[in-house]
Design a protein around this ligand. Structure first.
Ligand code: 8X3
Length: 251
């Protein structure tokens, strides 16, 4: 049996590109996402290439996680690589105007979802003495920006949890990596701005942002390194993106 990769949020964007990259390189692929229609289409397109299992998974719902893992076919039980990609940003309002339910959705998905999925997959990796957990963090977990408030904080959680996993896995041949993309053109901004596509497209206007494919290449490379090499953290930005000076408010 080929190595097995599980990709959450696999129906589009980074998740889809990562699933394609691993499939093209001989991995059996488990596709998990909320949108069953998109998953089915992706699964069909990958079936000529590799073994594929696709099923609905809403990582923000613990019941959905139980159903998903309890239904995994035998051939896909032994997960070698977990790509925790499911996640989202909602809103760009300053904290005092942000919507609490947006914050809650981000916490449930980006934090609790990642925790729940990892907790289900990790014991098998430990038992089989092999595995790689690859989390999709964000530059927003390292660098604050106006309106990034809760989103950035969830990604800072992902960074520190990734490090914590490495500490817990000391002495075990299991790798943990946190990949931190900056501006990347996917549905990210459409979701953030609740499908105000005009506003979303302005984010990328006049730039050459990262693409989902760029991130997929990075994730695959991190996993392709020899088994004794653990890439802890890898942050990447498009060349057009960089830091500004500290922002000072003056009278
Ligand atoms: C995506 C990076 O800068 O758009 O996680 O928030 S950013």
């Amino acid at each position: 049996m080929n190595k097995v990769v599980l990709v959450t949020g696999a129906s589009s964007g980074i998740g889809e590109a990562v699933a394609r990259k691993f499939a093209e390189n001989g991995f059996a692929v488990i596709l998990a996402a909320r949108s069953e229609d998109k998953l089915a289409a992706l699964a069909e397109s990958l079936k000529p290439v590799t073994e594929v299992y696709a099923a609905r998974l809403d990582v923000s719902d613990s019941n959905s996680i139980d159903v998903f893992f309890d239904s995994l076919p035998d051939a896909f039980q032994h997960i070698d690589v977990l790509v925790n990609n499911a996640g989202l940003a909602l809103g760009l309002e300053p904290a005092h105007e942000a919507h609490l339910d947006d914050w809650e959705t981000m916490v449930q998905t980006n934090i609790m979802g990642l925790l729940r999925v990892t907790r289900r997959v990790l014991p098998g990796m430990v038992e089989r003495k092999t595995g790689h957990v690859i989390n999709i963090g964000s530059t927003a977990g390292n660098w604050p920006y106006p309106g990034g408030n809760a989103y950035g904080a969830t990604k800072a959680f992902v960074q520190q949890f990734s490090r914590g996993l490495r500490a817990d896995l000391r002495g075990k041949p299991i790798r943990v990596s946190n990949i931190e993309p900056g501006m990347c053109e996917t549905n990210f901004s459409n979701v953030r701005f609740k499908w105000d596509t005009e506003k979303a497209s302005q984010v990328y206007q006049g730039t050459q942002p990262l693409s989902a494919q760029d991130i997929a290449e990075t994730v695959f490379w991190v996993n392709s390194m020899p088994p004794h090499v653990n890439v802890n953290t890898l942050e990447l930005m498009p060349v057009c993106q960089t830091w500004g000076p500290f922002s000072i408010s003056r009278d």
